[in-house]
Design a protein around this ligand. Structure first.
Ligand code: 13P
Ligand code: SF4
Length: 368
């Protein structure tokens, strides 16, 4: 098969007919197919997915929970992953060879994961080794490509998620004097700061210019922060925090650690997606919250807690456009193709990348 044919097979476009079906028709068909496949089919969904999709998830979770679920699930032959590309890759890495992972829309990528490509990373690593010698351990947020996870695994490092970043950074410092944290500078900075690393011992590495954005003495640097960010969480600003404080002085501000250090520093609480959900579940009736995270999740939390006053920290809300690529028509399309024996949009991580990434993921899953 030519490269073009392979590409076309991997990146098919959804047929037009799915755009004209009613929501009821689509929901009915999804239910029917799920029932037909039973345990052979498993649908994991990230909490940022739309309601029309997450209602069909067999398990909903944050990135850590979804990785754990993938590692445990040995039954399902087909895993239709409702999340973004890097999560589906992780599922493919952690599941057995006979299990097939499908992403309903191949365009569901992650702008943060795209901020660290493997060529840049290899090149940067060489410069960092020349600068610091063998004193640096790489850690990558799971929000990264399989190639980056493989690079980290090969170099003795591990993956982290926002739920376990503190434990993993502590683990890394028990191995080496310095860490390279990629691709999210904010999660890296917020986590290291919480563990007591002063800001002047953290240097931003710009992979586009192959240089540090740092004024001090490099010898002092303990944390090297890759210059990447989440385009959703960067939309929560100091201005948003100040406005909420002014308008609702008794409101608690709760944000995700992918927000900037300034925003996290001014907020009352910061934690992963699971932390945010648990915090609101446990909050007393009548309490007031401004939440800084993805829009679908904030809207769902608002709907599930009519006894609490909850708003988005940014009044214009911040959807993750790539997560939103997975919608009911794409989910149904993937399932109907499966019903006809066709596997579309399969995520396949090659053997070597998979083995090396497994090392990085296993270090994380064993530590937390
Ligand atoms: P968590 O699920 O680890 O909170 O990560 C949030 C996120 O941005 C997922 O893409
Ligand atoms: Fe990527 Fe941010 Fe969207 Fe998560 S919320 S998938 S990190 S762009």
């Amino acid at each position: 098969m030519s490269l073009l044919e392979t590409f076309k097979q991997l990146h098919q476009d959804m047929p037009e007919k799915y755009k004209t079906l009613s929501r009821e028709e689509m929901e009915h068909r999804v239910r029917e197919i799920k029932e037909k496949f039973g345990r052979k089919l498993f649908i994991p969904g990230h909490h940022y997915q739309k309601d029309e999709v997450i209602q069909f998830a067999d398990a909903a979770g944050d990135s850590l929970q979804l990785a754990q679920i993938s590692a445990q699930n040995k039954d399902a032959e087909y895993i239709v992953f409702c999340g973004v590309h890097f999560m589906a890759e992780t599922a493919d890495i952690l599941t057995d060879d006979h299990q097939k992972v499908i992403l309903p829309d191949m365009r569901a990528g992650c702008s943060m994961a795209d901020m660290a490509d493997i060529d840049q990373t290899e090149r940067s690593w060489k410069i960092l080794q020349d600068t610091f010698g063998d004193t640096v351990l790489p850690l990558t947020y799971v929000n990264s490509t399989a190639a980056i996870k493989a690079f980290v695994g090969k170099n003795g490092g591990a993956t982290v998620t926002s739920s376990n970043a503190k434990q993993m950074v502590k683990w890394a410092f028990a191995q080496k004097q310095r860490i390279l944290f990629l691709p999210d500078q904010h999660l890296g900075r917020n986590t290291a700061y919480d563990l007591g690393v002063p800001l002047d011992e953290m240097a931003v590495w710009n992979p586009r210019t192959d240089s540090f954005e740092y004024e001090g003495d490099l010898e002092k640097v303990k944390v090297i922060l890759w210059k990447g960010h989440c385009s959703v969480h960067e939309n929560f600003t100091v201005n948003n925090v100040e406005n909420v404080r002014k308008q609702y002085p008794d409101m608690n501000i709760l944000v995700h650690p992918e927000c900037s250090r300034e925003v996290v520093g001014l907020s009352d609480y910061a934690g992963s997606t699971k932390y945010i959900i648990d915090m609101i579940n446990e909050a007393p009736a009548g309490s007031k919250w401004a939440i800084g995270t993805e829009m679908n999740l904030v809207n769902r939390i608002i709907a599930n807690h009519p006894d609490k006053e909850i708003i988005s920290l940014n009044p214009y809300m911040c959807p993750c456009l790539t997560m939103n690529r997975i919608d009911l028509p794409h989910l149904l399309w993937a399932l109907e193709e499966l019903e006809q024996g066709n596997i579309i949009n399969q995520i396949i991580v090659d053997e070597t990348t998979s083995q090396q990434s497994t090392a990085a993921l296993a270090r994380m899953l064993q530590t937390v």
